[in-house]
Ligand binder design. Structure first.
Ligand code: JFZ
Length: 438
């Protein structure tokens, strides 16, 4: 790997980091949030939303029994959806370890399910050929030495705060760094480490948020790179580097810093919550999710789409339905996603371009009547076809000899007019593949 070229290409890439090409190529991944909040079924933050005491939270630990959990089924579902990598919660803010950690009893192997579910997931997804990513929470609302701040469940419990006034973050850090060491030592090659999250600028008055200084992020990063030299890192260690991770919003253009592109990945939910949420009905349609994926790639970003399995260890039927429909679209259209990026051409209204070399992909988010005008492409297109069935589509350019009557489509000198069938093809988002002259 030539680290110098990587350093120059992306504003947010440290020359100590590995080559990020696989991530940029793969574009589409599955996020999985699975923990004790799954059976509680009302948002992965409910412990702090409802200010629940760790002793009360214990009931979720005692009843954690995902009897229908089947890692191979999860992996097949992700693969069929067209996903190339995944990121799973090893520990979320609640502090529960989804693996057989030696550093705490608060782990999956001590619950009724008894098995190391993380190992089963990693093995199964690897076998399906997906790259392995681990989400790890820097925040820990269970650990007795994690200092209480304004996000903590016991933030308003004055007695608790008094009794816990002498908490020692150094002891927590030893534990947290130690758990990360286990994860990066005992599970083979880990491709992507997704830390979450830093909030140094938050000021709660009586307490402050936590950031790089509190996590000893530099030291943590050094250990991560030492244990796994090929790993990629996200940006939430508060070190100003790593994959930028816009959460539940879509940037309006390709992300840049100091005139250089940055590597970024939008993480998105299907229904506004990460952990399984039984009563939440804010499901996005498959069309919307696909448009978000396409929109992201058209701005040179990655798309990490979340699933929150339920307390029995299954993906909710609404998640499965969406993943299957996305998979059907991806089966026919992954060519316009994998290895593609932002195009310099300006896309028509309601459309998005992605590009890979001489192939320009026109994603039509809203099917028009008959014509689409492509600005700036006059003289540049060699051939055009619908991607779903490789059927030729005609295109026309400005012809000075032609007599234009007032009822004809007027063609701009610089544009190309694509002639479309009246009926929208039977796919969620039709794509026209344009072969450009080199
Ligand atoms: C974080 C988690 O808190 C959340 O539960 C989920 O895992 C998501 C992917 O990542 O979300 C955040 C991160 C930062 C803030 C809020 C939610 N923040 O800075 O307020």
């Amino acid at each position: 790997m030539n680290t110098n070229t990587i350093e120059k290409k992306y504003a947010n890439w440290s020359d100590a980091y590995a080559d990020p090409q696989w991530l940029i190529h793969d574009r589409f991944g599955l996020f999985i949030h699975f923990g004790l909040y799954s059976p509680a079924a009302r948002h992965e933050w409910f412990m702090t939303h409802e200010k629940i005491h760790p002793k009360t939270y214990q009931k979720y630990f005692e009843h954690f029994e995902p009897d229908l959990f089947d890692a191979k089924e999860w992996a097949r579902t992700a693969k069929k959806a067209g996903m190339n990598y995944f990121v799973i919660t090893t520990k979320h803010h609640e502090g529960f370890a989804l693996w057989d950690t030696k550093l705490s009893d608060y782990k999956v192997t001590n619950t009724p399910v008894k098995r190391d579910l993380l190992r089963e997931v990693i093995d199964a997804f690897r076998e399906e050929g997906l790259k392995v990513g681990l989400y790890h929470s820097l925040i820990d609302w269970h650990h007795p030495e994690f200092t209480i701040d304004g996000l903590h469940p016991q933030r308003d419990d004055e007695d608790f705060k008094l009794e816990n006034a002498d908490r020692d973050m150094n002891k927590y850090l030893e534990f947290m760094h130690g758990q990360v060491r286990e994860l990066l030592t005992d599970y083979g090659q880990i491709d992507y480490m997704w830390f979450d999250f830093s909030y140094p600028h938050r000021d709660f008055g009586w307490s402050k948020g936590k950031g790089a200084m509190d996590w000893h992020s530099e030291k943590l990063e050094e250990m991560v790179l030492d244990l796994q030299p090929n790993i990629l890192l996200n940006d939430r260690l508060d070190l100003n580097r790593g994959v930028i991770t816009p959460e539940q919003y879509q940037p309006s253009e390709p992300v840049e810093k100091d005139g250089l592109p940055v590597i970024w990945e939008a993480c998105q939910t299907m229904n506004g919550t990460w952990g399984y949420h039984r009563d939440n009905l804010d499901w996005k349609s498959t069309d919307t999710l696909l448009k978000m994926l396409i929109d992201t790639v058209s701005k040179s970003g990655n798309f990490l789409l979340n699933v929150g399995p339920n307390g029995r260890g299954e993906f909710d039927y609404r998640s499965i339905e969406r993943l299957e429909e996305i998979g059907e679209w991806m089966r026919l259209h992954s060519r316009s996603i994998y290895g593609t990026r932002h195009s310099k051409y300006k896309a028509p209204v309601d459309c998005r371009y992605t590009q890979k070399g001489n192939r320009l992909y026109l994603h039509i988010h809203s099917w028009p009547f008959r014509h689409i005008h492509l600005e700036g492409l006059a003289g540049k297109i060699k051939y055009a076809q619908l991607l779903n069935d490789a059927s030729e589509v005609y295109f026309r350019e400005f012809d000075p000899e032609e007599v234009i009557t007032s009822t004809e489509t007027k063609i701009d000198r610089n544009s190309v007019v694509i002639d479309l069938p009246v009926q929208k093809p039977e796919v969620a988002i039709p794509v026209i593949e344009l072969f450009l002259k080199s």
